[in-house]
Design a protein around this ligand. Sequence first.
Ligand code: NAD
Length: 348
Amino acid sequence: MDRGSKPAVLVTGGAGYIGAHTAKALSERGFFPVVFDSLSSGFREAVRWGAFVHGDIRDTRALSEALAEHGVKAVIHFAGLIEVGRSVAEPDLFWEINVGGTVSLITAMRERGVGRLVFSSSAAVYGQGGRGGLETIPEAAAKTPASPYGDTKLACEWMIGAQCRAYGLTAVALRYFNAAGADPSGLIGEAHEPETHLIPLAIAAGLGAGKPLTVFGDDFDTPDGTCLRDYIHVNDLAAAHVAALEVELPAGVFEAVNVGTGQGRSVREVVEAVGRAIGAPVPHSIGARRAGDPPSLVADVSRARELLGWTPQCSSLDRIVADALRWETRPAYGSGRRASNRPKKTIG
Ligand SMILES: NC(=O)c1ccc[n+]([C@@H]2O[C@H](COP(=O)([O-])OP(=O)(O)OC[C@H]3O[C@@H](n4cnc5c(N)ncnc54)[C@H](O)[C@@H]3O)[C@@H](O)[C@H]2O)c1
């Protein structure tokens, strides 16, 4: 891609699900994304905008060279490990990559005088979710992560905040709720392995390409007994990153902002929406509750509106499911090992 005079933004983890959509949004907004990714869970085929640097965020020298070589002005930091269950089994690895990798990144940024950062945080910092009821969760709610994964996200926020106060870094941490959907182009989409997210699993079950779906508990204190979550279209999430990069903030400021829709949708509603999109009910059974699953995790999104001037544009459940289904029924990235377990059926 011809860079011209476009400002360069380093996108760590830009070969992954949310990073690739954000690289596209940056490019459309006139930035030049420089994706820095180890491809440990990402895909080279997802890097279609800007430049690609193959590297590990724990390698401070490689990061520093990439920042200098491309004249990077700002960083959006997605790279890391994301599976909650694995974090319980391998907490040391999560601290090494998520926290150690973030130390490495901010060290390289300081070395190269790059003073602007947007960080992928998570609703996992809230653990059981505010007061544990059905209320929406504001940023000031209690932070009591329920997993080592959530611990690492909160630790990174604290460290980045301290770095802002000490050295004048300006940073926004975006606490995502449930990222879902795919770009309507069908070029990029969600491809986690193992896949643990409800919408791709429901689509795979509905197309007969995956295991029948298990709904974990239908006896929660919610309107239909299944858990409520806040699903945000990945392109709305990408737009929030661009807004967080562009918002005028004084040097040394750290802000943490929820990114969701403010609307809870139940697991049962999602399963029904997938069934409607496919044209056949999704085979599923009701299983036991998972340990630590809160009944509701729904964002209070007023801060995102006030600070970033951002509101979701394409996050209706039907739109999310339609875009996810289009992606799931196209050929997967490449023909590599992670392509093997994807649905083969094509929907017209
Ligand atoms: N998907 C969600 O619903 C969700 C929700 C909350 C927060 N997040 C956060 O958003 C970020 C992106 O999530 P995603 O769903 O796109 O995950 P993903 O696994 O698709 O993307 C992560 C990317 O980081 C890269 N990576 C991992 N370790 C690396 C390392 N050491 N060095 C360089 N690159 C490395 C991977 O190759 C991959 O391309 C993560 O930090 C995650 O914790 C995601």
